[in-house]
Design a binder for this molecule. Sequence first.
Ligand code: FMN
Length: 153
Amino acid sequence: MEILVAYFSPTGTTAKVARTIADEVKGDLFEIKPAKPYTAADLKWTNPLARCNREKMLKKEVPCAERIVNFSDYNAIFIGFPIWYYQEPNVIDTFVKAYDWTGKDIFLFATSGGSDIKKVTASLQPRMKGEILSARLLNKPGDITPWLDTLAL
Ligand SMILES: Cc1cc2nc3c(=O)[nH]c(=O)nc-3n(C[C@H](O)[C@H](O)[C@H](O)COP(=O)(O)O)c2cc1C
């Protein structure tokens, strides 16, 4: 089983979780980076004019900086991200659209300020031909290993 752990994490919280998962499942790590990195000002959602709010309101496509060249090598792919506005960030939509997910086992994980990941599977599954087998909010580091233990990897 070849496993990839792809994650977007502009402020580093989800990145830590991604590294733990990659270590435990012996997977490769790939950071999903937007072509234009987010600055702290870009993420200041309390400012109505901040980039994050404009992208959300205008449903802007956020291009990725890099492509995974050996995507077809992987059978199982974890996708991690922070919850933004109760959902996946726009750059995750771009990432999902860029690959053929047919036959892939897909696992989602997220960190957040408290919001759940539940809406995300419903949003992404219709756009992915592979099956999202599980989606988990991993705000507590202690939840990571018990979740991985439930997955057939
Ligand atoms: C633009 C933006 C929108 C956010 N929206 C939510 C939200 O709807 N619900 C929530 O619980 N947290 C929200 N957060 C908080 C992040 O999900 C949380 O801080 C996350 O752990 C950050 O992960 P990262 O360090 O990997 O970027 C938001 C943060 C930003 C920057």
